[in-house]
Design a protein around this ligand. Sequence first.
Ligand SMILES: [Zn+2]
Length: 134
Amino acid sequence: MDYKELLKRAEDKISKELSSEGRFKVPKADVLIMGNNTIIKNFVDISSYLNRDKKHLLKFLTKELAAPGEFEGGRVRFIGRFDKKKIDEKIDLYVKEFVICPVCGKPDTKLIKEDDLVKLKCEACGSKKVVKRI
Ligand SMILES: [Zn+2]
């Protein structure tokens, strides 16, 4: 094995280790526009990475995009054409509102129902905030 190859292996290993550090990174949407439809191919991967109910995320996006959307296997199809940038922005918005703890900034949260309200409860610092119903 030559030196270059060794170096490449070492670099691959380092970048793998960095990315598996458990740091939270909002997944980017894999968007496909077909005719008058927009498909998010990795929709279920995104919702499971965020540890949120996929139906909740879909409801949010259909509202934000003002377009109907439905599941198609692990993908979601929206009626209308939306570019990737717009969808990524909406997912970021969702993460800010429904995933990230506003107190400590960690994503280790869950949505709970309490006193007839939906709250974002942080497992890391224990704080709770009331979130919008969607
Ligand atoms: Zn917190």
